[in-house]
Design a binder for this molecule. Structure first.
Ligand SMILES: [Zn+2]
Length: 71
């Protein structure tokens, strides 16, 4: 038991306090932080075959064509 107590009494005697925010984040500050959270919609182009909105450099999900070729 003596051995264990000597091991434990190293630097662990110091009392650590967890880092805690000093003040509540106001609605304004919270919203200001979240101002950049929005996602921008993907650039959509219409399919040349069927006219459905398609992501550029992607085959059409609707009809499965890419650059006027069936895939
Ligand atoms: Zn299509």
């Amino acid at each position: 038991m003596d051995d264990e107590s000597t091991i434990m009494s190293g630097e662990s005697d110091e009392e650590y306090e967890m880092a805690v925010p000093k003040r509540k984040t106001s609605k304004s500050k919270r919203n200001m932080r979240r101002a950049h959270d929005g996602v921008t919609p993907v650039n959509a182009q219409s399919c040349t075959n069927c006219g459905e909105p398609v992501r550029s450099h992607h085959a059409c999900v609707h009809c499965g064509t890419y650059k006027d070729r069936q895939i």
